[in-house]
Design a protein around this ligand. Structure first.
Ligand code: MSP
Length: 635
């Protein structure tokens, strides 16, 4: 799915760079080493500060360990010349390994930023949960993740809603923004950076980019004359006319207007975009969305109006070259993806961008958006903007386009009064039930119909009756029949190994690059394995085996219970991106401690190796993680 990597953050490239660097170190003089040490230390401290600021505690601990492990000046002074040189060389090697070899690849993931004209609905929740799940899959695989999401605070809709509410726009967006922040907290959406477009730094980046494009002759002023809808505040073209040739009632009063505005030379880049899309078959996923975009680009004509006179809209970012206008509106919103990732608007090409930004931004950057904002916003405006400000084809992001949650087959909309409030469902059924339903009952890229009944059905069938049941009965049986202690199966075990092979295969599938974008498939495959184990328990009836006095029955019983516990440990890892709290709960109940894992992260795919629970391991008591929802309870 991804192109072969040629970037500096590619692990394989880092590997060869590392051996070259290490042999170069051996040839350095003491002075050279001292200089290199201080340079690397400065970089380490920068990263440490960055992580401390961002609250990436795990990375911060890594840095503490590295800095601690440095020989102190006193130790170096005491050492003989030979030892000193050796210890310095070793310290340098550790530094170099940290940065060149072991620094995991950064996976940058973004979502659309939501309009702050009304509170979040279930569609917003789906997109952010999907991104969170994909981000967690990458963390599980050991990638360093940078997950950016946020809110789109400027524009006409916000200005109008604020006016309607009788409050200044700044106050209005603050209140709505808080609702989004609260929802992500409630739903356990764990982002690394939060974008708000009224942020001063963001404004500077937008203005810097606009100024550069203006100076380069990519933005010009022009007069537009035509039919104008007062209600919708926009010029109308023939595309907006109905079959009878008239503008429909949705446009309200129409008048003829002449207005000066600024335009970005969009169509000048049409051929480039067509070539780019032809060369990169996975620029947009799923495939059918790339085809849709390609067809739209073919029809592209005309430039993009990027301004509104302040006389009719002032809630926006002022154009740096004309204070009578504000930017309208995609330049502002789209720029968030880079302004909150460390982009510097001054350098006119990607290679001159700060290292922090280039570490994050690559062609593997995954931008999650809904189907309504692919054409023209992201597929045309955004890709062309990036190209125009100096991003090479090799640094074009990948767009993942998801479908929509509808209600009774119809689009949810505030005006139709059929929006689903995610807070209500999270309060009623819990965040994990909502997360599970939202990503498992929709195939990424397709639409689905939201139904409370279905949410409850799936929760009860998949989580309570299947997964939760496996956990409870396993722990209860281990306590009842084996005094809470697991016995590691002997080499001579008779237990069917094909089930275990199923796990191994599933774990292998998780490492495929395409896997994380289909959490619906991954969770289905995982929970299927839970049902296989439940089936085995039924078929082998451990309660009968426990009564038998035959040693082989006892052995079989112990093997079966070990395998059930082990399957739960691995399943907890595999479902942790979707059900992080439940996964923690399973680990706690199994008594699977960090010390046993030996990993720095509680959830690491490297731990999904079969047979890691030690012989004699004592499990905890079973507490229902997914209590059944009573269908009579108000559904
Ligand atoms: N502010 C713009 C995006 C700017 S991105 C630089 C916007 N905001 S939005 O609030 O209208 O939509 C935000 C995201 O939510 C979009 O990706 C949109 O597709 C998604 N959804 C809105 N309604 C949805 C559903 N009913 N179902 C799933 N996602 C939906 O557009």
């Amino acid at each position: 799915m991804r192109f072969a990597c040629d970037r500096s953050n590619c692990k394989s490239r880092r590997g060869s760079l590392a051996s070259a660097t290490l042999s170069a170190i051996a040839r350095l003089t003491i002075i050279h080493r001292a200089i290199l040490t201080s340079l690397l230390t400065a970089r380490l401290v920068r990263r440490e500060t960055h992580c401390a600021n961002r609250g990436c505690q795990d990375r911060k601990q890594d840095f503490d360990v590295i800095l601690h492990n440095q020989p102190s000046p006193a130790t170096i002074a005491k050492a003989s010349q030979k030892d000193r040189t050796r210890s310095e060389a070793l310290a340098l090697q550790r530094f170099v390994r940290q940065f060149v070899v072991e620094m995991p690849k950064t996976f940058f993931i973004t979502t659309a930023i939501d309009y702050t004209n009304s509170p979040p609905h279930i569609g917003h929740a789906y997109e952010k949960v999907l991104a969170d799940v994909i981000a967690r899959y990458h963390r599980l695989k050991g990638d360093n993740v940078f997950f950016l999401t946020g809110v789109d605070q400027h524009g006409q809709k916000v200005q109008q809603s604020a006016a309607k509410a009788g409050v200044p726009p700044a106050e209005f967006v603050k209140e709505i923004t808080q609702k989004f922040v609260d929802l992500w907290k409630k739903l356990d959406v764990q982002y690394d950076e939060w974008a708000e477009t009224t942020n001063e730094r963001h404004k500077k980046v937008v203005q810097g980019i606009l100024q550069r494009l203006f100076d380069a002759g990519q933005i010009y002023k022009d007069k537009q004359a035509g039919h104008y809808s007062i209600r919708q505040e926009q010029f109308l073209t023939d595309k907006e006319r109905g079959p009878d040739g008239e503008f429909g009632p949705e446009w309200g009063q129409i008048e003829f207007r002449e207005e000066e505005n600024y335009y970005f030379k969009l169509s000048q880049h049409k051929d480039w975009l067509l070539r780019y899309l032809d060369d990169r078959k996975d620029a947009v996923i799923p495939d059918f969305r790339q085809t849709e975009l390609r067809n739209a680009v073919e029809k592209l004509s005309g430039d993009l109006c990027i301004s509104r006179p302040k006389s009719r809209l002032d809630w926006g970012i002022e154009l740096p070259f004309d204070k009578n206008f504000v930017n309208y509106v995609w330049f502002d919103a789209l720029t968030n993806y880079i302004s909150f990732a460390g982009y510097d608007p001054k350098p006119d090409n990607y290679e001159k961008q700060p290292q922090e930004f280039r570490d994050r931004w690559s062609k593997d950057t995954l931008q999650i958006i809904g189907k309504d904002i692919l054409v023209p916003a992201h597929g045309i405006y955004w890709l062309i903007m990036l190209h125009a400000i100096g991003f090479p084809n090799e640094a074009m992001p990948q767009l993942l386009v998801h479908g929509w949650w509808n209600l009774g087959g119809a689009k949810m909309s505030k005006s139709a009064g059929n929006v689903i409030d995610p807070f209500v469902f999270a309060d009623k059924y819990g965040a994990e039930a909502v997360r599970y339903y939202l990503v498992s009952d929709i195939a990424t890229g397709r639409d689905s119909d939201f139904s409370e009944e279905r949410l409850v059905q799936r929760y009860n069938a998949d989580l309570a009756n299947n997964f939760g049941n496996l956990l409870n009965r396993t722990l209860n049986m281990v306590h009842r029949y084996c005094k809470g202690r697991l016995a590691r199966p002997r080499e001579t075990r008779k237990f069917p190994t094909d089930v275990i092979d199923g796990y191994k295969q599933l774990v292998a599938e998780y490492t495929a690059v395409t896997a994380p974008v289909r959490p619906d498939v991954l969770i289905e495959r995982s929970l299927y394995l839970a049902s296989v184990f439940n089936g085995l328990i039924e078929a082998k009836s451990p309660w009968t085996l426990a009564k038998s006095s035959k040693p082989e029955d006892r052995e079989f019983l112990e093997d079966l219970l070990y395998d059930c516990a082990e399957s739960l440990r691995i399943l907890a890892l595999l479902v942790s991106p979707i059900l992080p709290k439940a996964a923690q709960g399973i680990f706690d109940q199994l008594n699977w401690k960090m010390e046993l894992s030996g990993k720095e992260e509680r959830f690491s795919l490297a731990d999904a190796e079969w047979g890691r629970l030690p012989d004699g391991h004592v499990v905890g008591k079973g507490v229902p993680l997914f209590p059944r929802i009573d269908i009579g309870d108000g559904v």
